[in-house]
Structure formats: C-alpha cells, structure tokens
Design a protein around this ligand. Structure first.
Ligand code: GLU
Length: 467
C-alpha cells in the first residue's frame, strides 16, 4: 500500500515550494491508488499559529490537493510521543542528559577551537549523576559504529557514517519531543511508504532511519526534492516576490496553471510543457524528479496561466474572476461580466488583469488619458460625429452587436469619413482608454442608456477641453 504525506509546519505562509512537495506526494499516492495524508507539525508552540494552519488548508483546498482521512496535529500527540520516549529510556535506547545550555555551548566552543565537528560528546550516554536544578533532556543512543545507507528516489544512494552523527535530543528539557522524533513516530503510525520532502531534510534522514530501526519500525523510502531558487540563484524567498501560494490566488492565477507550473519545476516529460491533471497522473514519476535545483520563472507561470484562462469556459472563470473586482471598488453585474469574458480571454494573463481590463464596464470615464484624448478627440468634427452616432443609437429599438455595428457603419458612411474618425473617439468615449474588443462588441457590452450617457459626456468633455 502506498502512503505519502505532506507535513508542513504552520509557522508562516504556505510556501510555493511546499506546494510542489504536496503535489508530488499527492500525485504519487493517486497514481498508486494509495493514500495521501496531511499532518500539521505544530510542536513548536511559540511559532505555530492557527492562522497559518488555516492558510495551509485553504491553499491545498484551493488547488484541489485533497488529503485522505483525518488531519494529524502533532500538538495533540504529546502523550503518545512521551510514552514511547519513556519506554526507550527504560530499554536503555535513550537517556537523560543533564548538560546545561551553558555546558553545551562551552562544548561546542571547545570543539570549534580544536577544529573538530561540533556535536554532543556523549557525556551521559553511560549514565551519570543528576545535576540539581537542571531539568534533563532525553537523548537517543545513536549507534556508534557502522553507517546508514538509503536509496533516495531522487538523489540516489546516500550513505552517512554513524561517526558523523551524535546522540541527538528526542525530548528537550522543556518536555517537548523534537521534530526528528515525532516525524518517525507519526510516519510509522501512518504506515507512510514514501517520504517526499525538501532537500533541507536530507541531514535528518540518517538520524531518523536509526530511530526507525531502534523502534523496530519499517523504514520507508525517501525522496528529497531539490530547492527552488530565485533568479539570482539564491533560495526562493520573499525577496524574489510572492512565495505564499495564496498570494498567487490574489494575483489571479488559476489552480491548473499553478499545478502545471510546479510539476514541471524539477521534472520533465520530453519537452511537453502543458499537462492536464490526467497527464500528470499518467506521466509523473517521482524517480524522474531532477536532483538539481530549479529556478522559479514568473513569466513562464504567467504564460501557463494565460493558456488555462483561454482554455477555461466563461462559466468556469466567472466565479474565480468576480472576487477580483472588489479591490477595484466595483460590485459587478455578473451577467455583464459573463458576457464580456470571451472577449477578454485572449488579452489577460491573470484574472486580476482581466478584472482591471473590464473595469470600464462598471466605471464610466470621468476624464480621459491626455495622450489618447489628443489623438482620438482632435478632429474639428469629432463632437458632431459623436452626436450623430448618439442619435443613431438613440433610435435603435433592438440594441445588439449587429445593430450597433450597422449604426456605426451608417454614421461613417453618411458623414463620408474613414472608420477611424468615428471609431477612435467612440471607443475612447466608451472605455476611457481600457483595452477593449471590436467597437460593436465593446458597445454591445453596455446597455443603451449607458452608451448614450458616455457618448454625451465625451462630446461635452471635448467641447470643454479640446474646443
Ligand atoms: N515539518 C517539516 C517542514 O515543514 C517537514 C518535515 C517532513 O516532511 O519530514 O519542513
């Protein structure tokens, strides 16, 4: 049975790199009819917050990376961890260490001075007198001899000598079990078959494998996926722009674009760039994930997003697009937005841009960008042409793309001018300069009264400002 898990620490945002790990875990589980578990690693009570847990849940839910079964919260499992630690002490697999923080600091300083690796010197490994006033930590008796080897699905064979490891702390003196301990207990309890996580955990893995063995648990397989870098070659962080996946939702990216982008970041299938979810499930293989770091490229993400925006149906886009009007101070008419979407799918790379490009539908121009106005409103007969168009539209009983097209054509013809003489000022009058489709389509997105108001306003504006 394949079991994977995503085990974020709720101490901040849901990092885009974490989402990639979650996606790989999810894909691997789904491909093998396995189980994908979610565990919130909130043992650090000071840094863990409920808000951050909520961000993680919202982010995964938004992307459709649904987990199986109950969420495990490590903060609710202290009793289970402590029971195992106590058993290990009783069996002589772990021991109390009475070293004070000062003593440990001094130990490290001394090792540094001598040019030795800095690690615990095993002082209490074979027992020792309790020190009054010190609450002991508990350390794991790491094997002194031999080595730990695992076949990492991404990195290949990794071997670490036990002489490079020390007797690490499994319960701190404040009573809190440590990350490396809880992770092993929980992964074993959940029967995780493959641990997929960031490369920053590679150094923890030999310690964890030793603990699995000490506890008689089956050792899972491991796949450590490389870091994601910013364009300067440094690990991707806020300095490079948004790293919280919910920022990408706010910026107007679509879930399939994010998932498609992330699956390709560190993995390839020939030179294919676009992957539907079905194709990801068909082709992804954790063994094919590159071991070298990959660089985040916002332009490529935008390109993919545009692809998925073009591919989506207007009805699919509508509910995702609507929230992007609120930051613009617009409460849009849904039917109007729905009607406009097909005309904007080619033009915008994000939903946010799409909403911005559509704002003119709900916000009549109050003035006009000077450069555009200079060009479009300059003709001596512009006011007369706009008024002529206005009166032609006024007489329409049926207002749609076709009748509006005919009204514009009739205006152009009757006045013996080129199309641009009418089209340019009319378009500016209607949209205030926003990107817009074909003029007849643009006009048809508004109702008749609104078209007339805007043409009238522009004519008056020209008389006042360009007369
Ligand atoms: N909680 C760890 C983190 O957020 C993940 C640990 C793991 O996957 O083993 O980095």
């Amino acid at each position: 049975m394949v079991v994977t898990r995503f085990a974020p620490s709720p101490t901040g945002d849901l990092h885009i790199g974490g989402v990639r790990t979650a996606l790989y875990c999810w894909l691997h589980a789904r491909q093998h009819q396995g189980t994908f578990r979610l565990r919130i690693e909130d043992t650090d009570r000071e840094r863990s917050t409920e808000a951050s847990t909520q961000v993680i849940l919202d982010g995964l839910n938004w992307l459709g990376l649904h987990h199986d079964g109950e969420i495990v919260y490590q903060s609710q499992r202290f009793d289970a961890y402590n029971a195992i630690i106590d058993e290990m002490i009783a069996r002589g697999q772990a021991y109390y260490c009475w070293c004070s923080p000062e003593e440990l600091d001094a130990m490290r300083e001394e090792q540094k001075r001598l040019g030795l690796p800095q690690r615990y010197n095993g002082k209490y490994r074979d027992g020792g007198e309790p020190v009054p006033g010190v609450t002991p930590a508990v350390r794991f008796k790491n094997p002194l001899e031999g080595s730990v080897t695992w076949h990492d699905k991404v990195r290949g064979v990794v071997t670490v000598n036990n002489s490079e490891l020390d007797d690490w702390v499994i319960r701190r003196s404040d009573g809190a079990p440590t990350y490396n301990f809880c992770v092993v207990v929980d992964d074993a309890a959940a029967k995780v078959s493959l641990v997929i996580r960031g490369e920053d955990h590679v150094s923890n893995t030999p310690k964890q494998i030793n603990l699995y063995r000490a506890l008689g648990y089956d050792v899972p397989d491991f796949a450590h996926v490389p870091m994601i870098l910013g364009d300067d070659g440094k690990r991707l962080s806020k300095r490079h722009g948004a790293t919280n996946v919910l920022d990408y939702r706010r910026e107007g990216y679509l879930p399939p674009a994010i998932l498609n982008y992330l699956v390709r970041l560190g993995w390839a299938h020939g030179d294919q760039e676009i992957f539907s979810m079905d194709e990801m499930l068909q082709f992804f293989r954790i063994e094919d994930v590159h071991s070298a770091a990959s660089t985040f490229n916002t332009e490529k993400l935008r390109w993919l997003n545009q692809h998925y925006m073009k591919e989506a149906t207007p009805a699919d886009l509508l509910p995702q697009l609507l929230p992007h009007f609120a930051p613009l101070g617009i409460a849009p008419d849904e039917a109007v937005v729905l009607g406009a979407i097909p005309h904007y799918q080619e033009r915008a790379k994000t939903l946010k841009e799409m909403a911005e490009n559509m704002a003119w539908l709900f916000q009549a121009p109050q003035s006009f960008p000077p450069d555009a106005a200079k060009k479009a409103f300059k003709g001596a007969d512009t006011v007369r042409l706009l008024q002529d168009l206005q009166s032609r539209i006024e007489t329409l009983t049926v207002v749609n793309e076709e009748t509006l097209h005919d009204a514009v054509a009739a205006c152009v013809e009757a006045n013996g001018v080129g199309f641009g003489k009418v089209g340019q000022p009319a378009r500016l009058a209607i949209t205030g300069g926003a990107p817009s489709p074909d003029l007849a389509v643009t006009l048809s997105l508004l109702d008749k009264a609104e078209i007339l108001r805007r043409l009238q306003f522009a004519a008056e504006y020209i008389q006042q400002n360009h007369g």
